[in-house]
Design a protein. Structure first.
Length: 394
């Protein structure tokens, strides 16, 4: 995390038509040792598997070369030289946008043939002084790349997308030449004036939905919007498992009570302890929204109360399978996933008392002891979702 702000990085996508595979690929990586955040978006030629392979190759190269601190011009040249040549068009083609945010906040953007990134400061368009460079190597002679460098301020945003957004509505009466970058900039600027603190995820979702609507609810191209938001961190506490020593129940109750942020309690015994320590009451529900899991409960001062190990195991499974096109339901595990996605700094308190019920050999093999499952969940949150995660054993 930057010293002064948290960097929220997300991506929203819709596939072309009825395609099952998206031809746009988004990758993000947090280089913990250098406190750097890198995000890459690539649009492969065409649609489906072939486009996805081109875009995956491009985005993987872009992120790896950026990690190595290679010069932007060199990165662009290597990528374009390495891509396989299309047998029909006799050209290798894949666009890319690379955003590299260093430890001191200094941000470099490199783009080739994607729509120009939109940078918003004080809810207005911000010009970071774009530089345009013409490549002169034999294979890429005459191709142009865009670059800029600037120091973000708190509440700044970067929005970058594929041409599925800017070309949406192409041929329609309203947008005969497509939605275009000017309309996208105007829409984004106006929207943020009305909702200045909307999350990066919600903003990206709004922009993708505008393009979907422009295409009369049937995407004419792979449609992707990536969104970065520099802001105060949103905090979440997840408490699961009773403390190893009963005398630590008070410590657990105090930690939950004093936490500034949203709170989730997973596990009936844990909830009972916290309710007792906080002087709160638990109300159980009989609504089985997810047939795999017990219903949620409610407790004053706690945002969500669920069953323990089964729910956390399912949360981990959803996080592992999650993609921009994944549709979350409203069951206990889905609600936890929504909450962790909307949070930045996640503190997990793990009680280490062994639950005898979980040693029953008749329970599913994948039902592991709590700390193993939680550690796997934490790793996914850090590596796949770029969350700041801390674990306290009690």
């Amino acid at each position: 995390m930057n010293e002064t702000f948290y960097i929220e990085v997300v991506c929203e996508q819709r596939n072309y038509g009825n395609e099952r595979i998206c031809g746009d690929v988004f990758l993000s990586r947090k280089i913990i040792e250098e406190n750097r955040t890198i995000a890459v978006l690539s649009d492969g030629m065409g649609h489906g598997v072939k486009a996805n392979i081109l875009a995956t190759l491009t985005s993987t190269m872009a992120i790896n070369f950026t990690i190595e601190h290679k010069d932007p011009e060199k990165i662009a040249d290597i990528i374009m030289n390495t891509l396989p040549v299309c047998s029909e068009r006799h050209m290798s083609y894949s666009t890319f946008s690379v955003v590299d945010i260093e430890a001191d906040g200094m941000t470099t953007i490199l783009e080739y043939d994607n729509p120009k990134a939109i940078i918003i400061r004080n809810n207005k368009l911000f010009d970071p002084d774009w530089q345009y460079t013409i490549l002169h190597t034999a294979k890429n002679e005459g191709k142009e790349i865009r670059t800029c460098r600037f120091k973000p301020k708190k509440e700044d945003r970067i929005i970058f997308c594929t041409d599925g957004i800017t070309q949406s509505g192409l041929g329609t009466e309203k947008y005969p030449l497509g939605f275009g970058l000017d309309n996208l900039e105007e829409y984004t600027e106006n929207f943020l004036k009305n909702a200045p603190h909307i999350s990066a995820a919600k903003l990206a979702e709004k922009i993708v939905n505008v393009a979907y609507r422009n295409d009369d609810y049937f995407s004419k191209d792979d449609t992707t919007c990536a969104s970065i938001y520099f802001r105060e961190p949103r905090k979440l506490l997840i408490s699961t498992g009773p403390p190893y020593e009963k005398e630590n129940d008070t410590q657990l109750g105090k930690a939950v009570k004093e936490f500034k942020g949203k709170k989730i309690v997973c596990g009936a015994t844990t909830a009972d302890i916290i309710a007792r320590e906080l002087g709160a009451t638990i109300e159980d529900s009989i609504d089985f929204i997810d047939p795999e899991l017990p219903p949620i409960s409610t407790m004053t001062g706690i945002d969500l109360v669920t069953e323990g190990i089964l729910t956390i195991t399912k949360v981990t499974r959803i996080l592992k399978d999650y993609s921009p096109s994944y549709s979350l339901g409203n069951g206990p595990a889905d609600r936890i996933v929504k909450m962790v996605k909307e949070s930045d700094e996640i503190q997990i308190i793990i009680g280490t008392r062994i639950n005898i019920a979980h040693q029953d050999p008749n329970l599913p093999v994948e039902l592991e002891i709590r700390r193993t499952v939680v550690k796997r969940m934490a790793r996914l949150l850090e590596e796949k979702f770029l969350k700041e995660v801390s674990i306290l054993y009690i």
